[in-house]
Each structure stands twice: as structure tokens, then as C-alpha cells.
Design a protein around this ligand. Structure first.
Ligand code: HPA
Ligand code: MG
Length: 220
């Protein structure tokens, strides 16, 4: 059954070393830049399938207005929406899903900067009265998500839920902010599956831990 534990996500413990790189394939140009495969692409996809089910249960008959947080959220969003559609087809329960994009920026190198910038989105007043699903790749302190939620609430949507593929265990992590969590991970900087380090590594399918070499090579 679904309960708080399953919705908290698959918990990856602090001592999880990841999988050795030579067990998987990945773009050759990154071979010195990553330490390990932390979450293989297939596992990500399987977990997303389960998240789609939670979403379907909670949204009931309401059409879903998906708000995808770019750039990191684009793969998660696309795979989650696809999973929701497949579930709908297989259960004869078609929800309309509409996707809108919002762009935020708060990271330079591997450090969070203080301020939240909404750097690309049209007027969000179309959210009024809608059932909104915010789709974000990674939530850590939750500062960004809290600011975004507050902003979204000003448009008076009918309901708002948050899907986060990854939630990081950091000091003062925001409990209960993310309704659908893929994985809870230790406080490592990870890349791949659209997560970047200064715009690199988005083309990596697995979620990986970046190496010292990688951090230096792509530092700005
Ligand atoms: N990787 C990539 N982008 C991020 C991360 C991370 O671990 N945390 C916040 N933004
Ligand atoms: Mg980034």
C-alpha cells in the first residue's frame, strides 16, 4: 500500500558507493569526469512509473496542468507525463495533461546562490482554478521550491502538488514539501538525466556522481 514511507522515495543511504562505471555504458567524453553510476537510468524509469500512479490517484478526474522547472526537470517531466498517459490508456481514464515551462536559476558551479531568479516564463495567470503539478529534478533546502510555491499560490490554483525526482538530505531539509519523491539521496552533487554542472552532463542518461577531475574541468 501507499504510505508515507513509499512516498518519501527510495532512500539511498550515505554509504551507497554507486555502481562501477564499467558495468554500464555512458558517453565516452565523460569517462574521467564521473566517479560512479549512482542511479541507473532504468531504475529512474521504473520509479517514475510508480510516481505516475500516485499522481493519478491524487488528481482524480482533474486535468493536470504540469509546470516543468527547466532546465534540469525536462527529462523527468517528459518521462513522468508519458507514464501518466500510458497509465491513463491502460485504465481507460484519460486525464488531459498540459505542460508549461518555467526557468529558474540558483546554482553556480556546485554552490547554491542566495537568490531565486525566475528567468523565463510567460504570465502564469492561466494557473487560476487549475490542478497544478510542479515537476522539479532536485529539491534540497527547499528554499527555491518554497519561493516558487508561494509565487504559484498567488494565481489561486485549485490544487498544487510537487514532484521531485531527487530530494537531498541536507541540514534543514524541507520535510513534506515534495509530495512525490523519486529518491532521497545524501548531500552529493549529482549530474546526468538532465541535471548539469555548469551546463555539462545533461546528455548523460544515468544519474552519476561527478569526479574531482570533472569539477575542475568544467569549472567557470
Ligand atoms: N546536481 C545538479 N544540479 C543541482 C544539484 C545537483 O546535485 N543540486 C542542486 N542543483
Ligand atoms: Mg543547474
Amino acid at each position: 500500500m501507499d504510505n508515507d514511507r513509499t512516498k518519501r522515495g527510495i532512500v539511498i543511504e550515505d554509504d551507497w558507493p554507486g555502481y562501477s562505471l564499467d558495468l554500464f555504458t555512458y558517453p565516452e567524453h565523460y569517462h574521467t569526469d564521473i566517479e560512479c553510476v549512482y542511479i541507473p537510468h532504468g531504475v529512474i524509469m521504473d520509479r517514475i512509473e510508480r510516481l505516475a500512479r500516485y499522481v493519478m490517484q491524487d488528481f482524480g478526474d482533474n486535468n493536470i496542468m504540469v509546470l516543468c522547472v527547466l532546465k534540469g526537470g525536462y527529462k523527468f517531466c517528459s518521462d513522468l507525463v508519458e507514464s501518466i498517459k500510458v497509465l491513463g490508456r491502460n485504465s481507460n481514464k484519460y486525464l488531459e495533461t498540459r505542460v508549461e515551462f518555467i526557468r529558474l536559476k540558483s546554482y553556480l558551479n556546485d554552490q547554491s546562490t542566495e537568490d531565486l531568479h525566475i528567468i523565463g516564463s510567460r504570465d502564469l495567470s492561466f494557473l487560476r482554478g487549475k490542478s497544478v503539478l510542479i515537476v522539479e529534478a532536485i529539491v534540497d533546502t527547499g528554499k527555491t521550491m518554497k519561493a516558487l510555491l508561494k509565487h504559484v499560490e498567488t494565481f489561486e490554483p485549485k490544487m498544487v502538488k510537487v514532484a521531485g525526482l531527487l530530494v537531498k538530505r541536507v541540514p534543514h531539509m524541507a520535510e513534506g514539501l515534495t509530495d512525490y519523491v523519486g529518491f532521497e539521496i545524501p548531500n552529493h552533487f549529482v549530474v546526468g538525466y538532465a541535471l548539469d554542472y555548469n551546463e555539462y552532463f545533461r546528455d548523460l542518461n544515468h544519474i552519476c556522481v561527478i569526479s574531482k577531475t570533472g569539477k575542475l574541468k568544467y569549472k567557470v
